[in-house]
Structures are given as structure tokens and as C-alpha cells.
Design a protein around this ligand. Structure first.
Ligand SMILES: [Zn+2]
Length: 234
């Protein structure tokens, strides 16, 4: 039997009593497993297979790789995520970002710590957008998708100001961007304010949008919670 701290990233019904869960474990990375009788067993699961719960799970692995989640013990509940719909939406956004950037079964302690830190620090204060932004930047860096803000993604020259290209994965200098003037303009100034608490909420959200689209593009996966967040930020 294997044991690890974990967060539930996704859960779907497998049968009347069972769930298939995708869990981010500290020691084994992202795993998928069957939680048999999870809907009914109070002793083994007790409704703890939920997002925003820091768990300790035990699971077994059958030859062929199939995993069975045996039980889950609660370490901490991030009840702040359930306080209101806005935090709940951002919390889901955070989990979804982690889910799509993580490969299967590769432990990543930096991202595990980042997730705990982010969920515990999110609250309805004016720094919420910059906390999300810092989360995105750290996640992209820890998962190997870090955008290049320092050098032109076309020619490699250092850039003070440029247009961000999602497809190229970084900032383009004035020559490389050619006749495509549209795009998200970044300057050394705006870059140094990324994620700082002084950044105004609207500007921070423009950055958040740029980074979640960047994440979607480079992972090839959609962040579904962004739709609700876009509605909310209008
Ligand atoms: Zn260039």
C-alpha cells in the first residue's frame, strides 16, 4: 500500500457507488484511480474526496498500473474557498491550471507547495488578482512552460518593450512583430510590476487572461473555469 498527501483535481462517477478520481499527490505526482464505494463509505472516505481539501490518501496499484484509492484522511480543509462564489471560481481556476500543466505520475514538490500556499492565501481582498498572477507565473515556471519576458522570442535580442506572442512563447521586439501591431504590449516597467500588489485589478486581469491563454495554447487543453471568470470580471 502506498501513502501520500494529495489534492483531488477531478472526480467522475464510475458506477452507482464508485468514483474515478484524478489526484495530485506529493510523492507520486498526478495519478488516476478508482475509489470503490466512495459515495457510501463514511469510514474510508466520509465525503472527503472534494476539491480544496488537503488529504492523505492510501492507494494500491495492480499489475498493469490500475490504481485503487483505499481511503482518505483529512489534513486541512480550505474552507475560505467555499466562502463565496468568486473565491470558489478562482479556486477551481487554480486547480484546473495545475491539472493541465502536470504530466501524469511525475512528482513536483514545488507545485504541491505552491498549491497549498495559493489556496491558503486567497481571500476576498484587493490583492486577489496579483496573487492569482503570481500563482500562474510560478506554475508556468515550475512546470517548464515559463514564458520569455527578457529576450525577443523571434531573434533573441534583449527587449525593453514588445508585444507578447502566445504562440512564440514570449515577447517580440518591434522588428520581429512586423506589421502585426495588435497584441498585449509589455514594457520593462510593466514587467517589473507583474504580480506586485500595487498593480491595478484591471491591468492584472489582462495579464491573467494573457497567461491563461498562453497556458491553454502550450498545453493544448482548455481551462473551462475561465469562462465563468470572464463573466465575473466584466
Ligand atoms: Zn526580435
Amino acid at each position: 500500500m502506498l501513502t501520500s498527501e494529495a489534492f483531488i483535481l477531478r472526480k467522475s462517477e464510475y458506477s452507482e457507488a464508485d468514483y474515478i478520481v484524478s489526484a495530485f499527490t506529493r510523492d507520486f505526482g498526478k495519478i488516476r484511480g478508482l475509489a470503490k464505494n466512495a459515495k457510501k463509505s463514511r469510514k474510508r472516505f466520509g465525503g472527503r474526496l472534494e476539491p480544496f481539501v488537503h488529504l492523505r490518501i492510501r492507494f494500491s496499484q495492480k499489475p498493469g498500473g490500475m490504481k485503487f484509492i483505499e481511503d482518505a484522511e483529512m489534513i486541512r480543509v480550505f474552507s475560505n474557498m467555499m466562502e463565496d462564489i468568486e473565491l470558489f471560481a478562482w479556486g477551481n481556476f487554480v486547480l484546473e491550471n495545475v491539472d493541465i500543466t502536470l504530466p501524469e505520475e511525475e512528482p513536483n514538490n514545488n507545485i504541491f507547495e505552491l498549491l497549498i500556499h495559493t489556496l491558503s492565501s486567497l481571500s476576498k481582498d484587493k490583492h486577489l488578482p496579483s496573487k492569482i498572477l503570481n500563482f500562474q507565473l510560478s506554475l508556468l515556471s515550475y512546470s517548464g512552460y515559463k514564458p520569455n519576458f527578457d529576450n525577443c522570442a523571434g531573434c533573441g535580442k534583449p527587449v525593453d518593450e514588445g508585444v507578447f506572442s502566445i504562440a512564440k512563447g514570449g515577447v517580440l521586439c518591434s522588428e520581429c512583430r512586423g506589421d502585426k501591431p495588435n497584441g498585449f504590449l509589455l514594457s520593462k516597467n510593466s514587467l517589473s510590476s507583474i504580480g506586485s500588489n500595487e498593480m491595478n485589478a484591471e491591468r492584472a486581469f489582462d495579464f491573467i487572461r494573457m497567461l491563461y491563454r498562453f497556458t491553454e495554447y502550450h498545453t493544448g487543453k482548455e481551462i473551462k473555469s475561465s469562462k465563468f471568470i470572464e463573466e465575473m470580471m466584466r
